[in-house]
Design a protein around this ligand. Structure first.
Ligand code: NAP
Length: 484
């Protein structure tokens, strides 16, 4: 039997009151259970929030650089285990080993970055208009913060929420996604081994509808940072809007790459393949719409389809595999459903389009990377988030038409342009409705030391990561001090 992993509440590893567990299944080999996790309910969540509320004042009273030291120590512990943690992530989520190790490394970098923030956490000293009055601001933690995270970056997203929350002096209760809870468990375990104060960090697993719901409704919670789908995020926003707690929602995307006629077609094809298909298209920043100026449409499609057909789909543990499985049966079903919708609405299937069968493919949720041509702006595959390896190609008459197509969408997470035309590139940067903008790079592939977040329906609340992350997790106090 695979290992049973417990909740972490008040510095102790504890089983859920239900005495029930759920399996964490390998999507590349459904016969393998990676671990069993606690089915927590409202009582477990209450215990975690109560422990956090009890511990928070003493945690906040520690000097911030000392809080940062726990993150530094945990980073060392994680680094010493990087290879194992990468393998575990591939087994629980399906992404390739190289992608998984890269993500663990990123979580380590995030811990180090925010560990350093303990000794910075900048505030302002601002001149007073009165004599002998000294004015400055202080940052204060909010109290207990709730973190709810998705499965697709099961280490990096928990890390980029818990590290700034903790270093700012908040106590944390995290509920990770049920499809991939082990990677977040490993972060918590490392902080426990680093000696973090009991109750400052609490980890509870269980279904979103019960454990997650109990967490967001808990009276101790002063802030919620949620990353996940628009459906769940919008429901939570509606429910919590009246409670005057701080809210941060990072949600879905339908990210475009615009390719202008001066682009190098080989580079453009590489950028599209990387953005659309790596991590099986299961990145919130993945490219799912390519908007191509019509004069280069045909030659670019030829290169893109040829490159896509060379990608190897398989178990991410195997060398040479470029694309792992869909994360579960439901996501695979969604991918296939949208392929049917694309065909029904008249898009032209250029490659892929089917579930892979035979041999080891029969043990997992494998699907071919899929490209549709002749997609028009109103088609559902051009408007709705699929979250799989399905790319919609659209012809643009010119730059203006490309801008219109790129912005005619309710989402606004990331967007990229491939061009060396400086004027057009600047116009794109100024007019594109997206929070993350890349030039001659894929839509995905952001760095932890810069702010992260979208606009329109993709995001609500303050930015994550980079120096701005602390703004969400702290409240400003303003001091006027007369000294004579
Ligand atoms: P999801 O279904 O919305 O779940 C996200 C988290 O919310 C999970 O921990 C889930 O728990 C929990 N949850 C579900 N129902 C809940 C409820 N009623 N109350 C409280 N919590 C609840 O999203 P997902 O499928 O894990 O992730 C994929 C989505 O995340 C995509 O839409 C993607 O675009 C988005 N995403 C966005 C970003 C970004 O930064 N913008 C980054 C990554 C992913 P269970 O797992 O137990 O259901």
């Amino acid at each position: 039997m695979a290992e049973v992993f417990k909740n972490y509440i008040g510095g102790q590893w504890v089983a859920a009151r239900s005495e029930k567990t759920f399996p964490n299944v390998n999507p590349a080999n459904t016969g393998e259970v990676v671990g069993h996790f606690q089915v927590s309910g409202a009582e477990d969540v209450e215990a975690a929030c109560e422990a956090a509320a009890q511990a928070q004042p003493a945690w906040a009273a520690l000097p911030a650089p000392r809080r940062g030291e726990f993150l530094f120590r945990a980073a060392e512990i994680l680094e010493s285990r990087l290879a194992n943690l990468g393998e575990e992530m591939t087994r629980e989520e399906g992404k390739t080993l190289a992608e998984a190790k890269g993500e663990v490394k990123r979580a380590i970098n995030i811990f180090r970055y925010f560990g350093g923030e303990g000794a910075r956490a900048f505030s302002y000293q601002i001149p007073s208009e009165r004599e002998n009055v000294f004015c400055y601001t202080l940052r204060k933690p909010l109290g207990v913060v709730a973190l709810i995270t998705p499965w697709n970056f099961p280490s990096a997203i928990p890390a980029w929420k818990m590290a700034p929350a903790l270093v700012a002096g908040n106590a944390v209760v995290i509920k990770p996604a049920s499809l991939a809870p082990l990677s977040a468990y490993r972060l918590v375990e490392a902080l426990h081994e680093a000696g973090i104060s009991a109750g400052a960090l609490n980890y509870v697993t269980g279904p979103g509808g019960t454990a997650g719901n109990a967490l967001v409704e808990n009276r101790h919670v002063r802030a919620l940072s949620f990353t996940g789908s628009c459906d769940v995020g919008n429901r939570l926003h509606e429910k919590l809007g009246g409670r005057k707690i701080r809210l941060q929602f990072e949600m879905g995307g339908k990210n475009p790459t615009v390719v202008l006629r001066d682009a190098d077609l080989g580079d453009a094809a590489d950028i599209l393949v990387n953005g659309a298909f790596f991590s099986t298209g299961q990145k919130c920043t993945a490219c799912s719409r390519a908007i191509i100026e019509k004069t280069i449409y045909e030659p670019l499609v030829e290169k893109l389809v040829a490159k896509t057909k060379r990608l190897r789909v398989g178990n991410g543990m195997e060398a040479g595999v470029n694309i792992g499985p869909a994360v579960d049966a439901e996501q695979l079903h969604t991918d296939l459903k949208y392929i049917d919708i694309g065909l029904e609405q008249g898009a032209r299937l250029l490659c892929g389009g089917t579930r892979l069968h035979g041999g080891s493919y029969d043990h997992g949720f494998f699907i071919e990377p899929t490209i549709f041509g002749d997609v028009t702006a109103e088609m559902r595959i051009a408007q709705e988030e699929i979250f799989g390896p399905v790319l919609a190609l659209m012809r643009a008459n010119d730059f203006e038409d490309a801008m219109r197509l790129a912005n005619s969408i309710r989402f606004g997470l990331s967007a990229s342009i491939v061009s060396n035309d400086l004027t057009r590139v600047h116009e794109f940067i100024n007019r594109i409705e997206a929070g993350l903008i890349t030039v001659n790079l894929p839509t995905a592939g952001v760095e932890y030391q810069l702010p992260f977040g979208g606009t329109k329906e993709s995001s609500f609340g303050m930015r994550e990561q980079g120096p701005q992350a602390l703004d969400f997790y702290t409240e400003t106090r303003t001091v006027y001090l007369k000294y004579a």
